[in-house]
Each structure stands twice: as structure tokens, then as C-alpha cells.
Design a binder for this molecule. Structure first.
Ligand SMILES: [Fe+2]
Length: 301
């Protein structure tokens, strides 16, 4: 199989492959086995989702910039390096100016903190690779509110920083282009489930007139965050969660977790995008493939 994304998508057999891959996916979905896409037959079947990102007051010098979003890698003994590494190569081929990683980088133990830092250090982006954390970065089991969670997240932060990656935990960063006047603000919020989120700290000093993108792992709290001056919010966490819309989902998920499951949402005039992530757990219904999201910046009218 070809290694490069462009070669892969341009293969003449792609359309035919697309049909039979979809057929396999649908049948596996009926058995609740869509995680099967990680097997060699479907491993490369990622969706590259392109989306324009209009921002008010964006510096015209930044028009056309590309932001790549990846999420929910869940690096651990069951999510292999080889599987994740292919996405890193593909993101690089798309030549983004910024890469954002919106949480759940690891599910494995401490050694995976160092491993994910090495993996992500292969990403190339002129204005940096920005990471924020999710619930699994605090706990292998997804939810824990004790000192061990913080130790684990702190260790992940230092591992990422040692590899030259930017980590935002209730902090913001101002990005500027050469000759540009108005910075682009990126605010990274910390994980909610461990009680680490502090939006007030994250937005402190952020001028509401500036174009601002908020990175927030779990989109369930988007309405509570409308008090803060972001124009776009990029999230993950759900792995698509299509089941939330079904009858079973209504029984399983509290109201709060049923609304923002995947894709684009307009929320009170703001923009929310929920990425389905790269890892292969919980993809229980059809057509819920792993995803790389690509945003193209434009000046909003
Ligand atoms: Fe998560």
C-alpha cells in the first residue's frame, strides 16, 4: 500500500475500495465491532474533513492559514504506534501552519506520556503544535479526582514540553505572522471531569475583540462557556457517539451528553466543531470513521 496520503487517495481503485470498505463497516457496525477498522484492511481509512473557519477581526495576513486538528489518540498498549504514526505523516503532508491536539493523548501508563511526546514531535507546523488535555490524560479509567491524576497530567505536560510542544492548561497563546498586526488567540482549557478546568484563568487577559479559538476536550459544557469571548471551539472526546441519538442512547447518556456528538454546530451564533478522534474505541455505529479536521482561516464579513 502507498504511504503517502495523496497517493493513497488518488489510487484509481479508491472508489471501489470505498464501496467495499463501507460494506464491511456497515456489517461490523451491526455487531458493534466498528473498532475493527484498526485491522490492516481499514487502518488507513481516515476521513480528512475540510472546513472554512471565518473569524471576525482576523489579520488579513493570516487568511488561508490551515489549522489541523487531531484528537483522542488514546496511545496505550492497544493503540499502536504504527497506527498513530501514519496520521502524523498525513497531517504533515497537508502542511498546516498550526496543529492542535484536543485531549486524550494517552490511555496507557506513564511510559505512554513519553511515547506520545516523541510521536507528536514528528508533527511539522510553522507556528507550533498545541496540546490540551482530556479526562484520560488524568486517568487510565477516564475519571478520577485525586492527586495521582494531577501527577500523571503534569508528567505528560513536562514530557510534551521537553519535545518542544506547546501545552495549554487554562492558558492562552497569541500567534502572530510576520508583518501582521492582530494576533490570533488560542485558549486551551484543561479537563473538566477531573475538575481541572478553569475558564476564567484560561481567558484572563484575552481581549474580546481578538479572533479567538478555544480548545476544550469535552463539548458538553459549551453553553456554560458562552460567557467567554471565543468565536470557535474545537473539541473531541465523543468518538462520534452516534448512539447518543438513538433510543438506547437516550437511556444510556444524560441529556448533557447527547447534543454535540460530532461535526459542526452553530451554538448561539458561535462555532463548535467536534472531531471524532483517531483512536478506535466506541465507534459503535456506521460511518463514524477516525478523523483529521482541517480548518482554513478566513476573515468573517
Ligand atoms: Fe475524553
Amino acid at each position: 500500500m502507498p504511504n503517502k496520503l495523496s497517493e493513497f487517495l488518488n489510487k484509481p481503485h479508491w472508489r471501489r475500495q470505498h464501496r467495499w470498505r463501507r460494506a464491511i463497516w456497515m456489517n461490523m457496525a451491526r455487531l458493534g465491532l466498528t473498532g475493527i477498522h484498526a485491522l490492516p484492511v481499514n487502518r488507513r481509512w481516515v476521513e480528512i474533513h475540510w472546513q472554512n473557519m471565518p473569524l471576525a477581526n482576523l489579520d488579513p495576513a493570516m487568511e488561508g492559514w490551515k489549522i489541523a486538528q487531531i484528537s483522542d489518540l488514546h496511545y496505550s498498549p492497544v493503540v499502536w504506534r504504527k497506527y498513530l504514526l501514519q496520521f502524523i505523516g498525513w497531517v504533515n503532508e497537508l502542511e498546516p501552519q498550526i496543529v492542535v491536539v484536543t485531549g486524550d493523548l494517552i490511555t496507557g501508563g506513564y511510559r505512554y506520556a513519553r511515547r506520545v511526546a516523541t510521536l507528536l514531535s514528528h508533527l511539522k507546523a510553522e507556528h507550533g503544535v498545541i496540546c490540551t488535555f482530556g479526562n484520560h490524560d488524568y486517568s487510565i479509567y477516564g475519571r478520577r479526582e485525586n492527586g495521582e491524576g494531577k501527577r500523571r497530567a503534569d508528567f505528560l505536560e513536562s514530557s510534551l514540553k521537553a519535545r518542544g510542544l506547546i501545552v495549554l492548561r487554562n492558558e492562552s497563546i497569541a500567534l502572530k505572522t510576520a508583518g501582521g498586526k492582530t494576533p490570533l488567540m488560542i485558549v486551551g482549557l484543561d479537563d473538566e471531569w477531573s475538575g481541572s478546568i478553569d475558564a476564567r484563568a484560561g481567558f484572563e487577559g484575552v481581549d474580546p475583540r481578538l479572533p479567538t479559538i478555544c480548545l476544550n476536550h469535552n463539548p458538553a459544557n459549551v453553553r456554560e462557556l458562552l460567557h467567554y469571548p471565543w468565536q470557535w471551539m474545537l473539541s473531541g472526546h465523543t468518538h462520534g457517539r452516534q448512539v447518543a441519538k438513538s433510543k438506547l442512547g437516550q437511556a444510556l447518556y444524560p441529556q448533557r451528553y447527547r447534543h454535540y456528538t460530532h461535526g459542526y454546530y452553530s451554538v448561539s451564533g458561535r462555532h463548535l466543531y467536534v472531531n471524532r478522534g483517531l483512536s478506535y474505541g466506541q465507534r459503535v455505529q456506521d460511518w463514524c470513521r477516525p478523523e483529521i479536521s482541517m480548518f482554513r482561516l478566513e476573515v468573517a464579513n
